[in-house]
Ligand binder design. Structure first.
Ligand code: ZN
Length: 65
């Protein structure tokens, strides 16, 4: 696994089964997370690490708005 993959986190919405990747110190990430949070406001969301993500990713689709 490369350095970016190790540092990245994944934010998921358990209700909609959608996710975004979060990269540290990244402006695109910050903007995307804001949109994600607004869209999924009131939904059960959580930030998970890569190893947790491996167990659940099959069920999720990438968030695009
Ligand atoms: Zn949602």
């Amino acid at each position: 696994m490369n350095g970016i993959a190790l540092k990245s986190r994944i934010k998921v919405c358990y209700k909609c089964k959608e996710y975004i990747r979060l990269f540290p110190n990244n402006l695109i990430t910050e903007k995307e997370e804001k949109i994600f949070s607004e869209y999924h406001s009131g939904h059960p969301t959580q930030i998970v690490n890569v190893s947790e993500w491996q167990n659940i990713k099959e069920e999720y689709t990438r968030f695009r708005r």
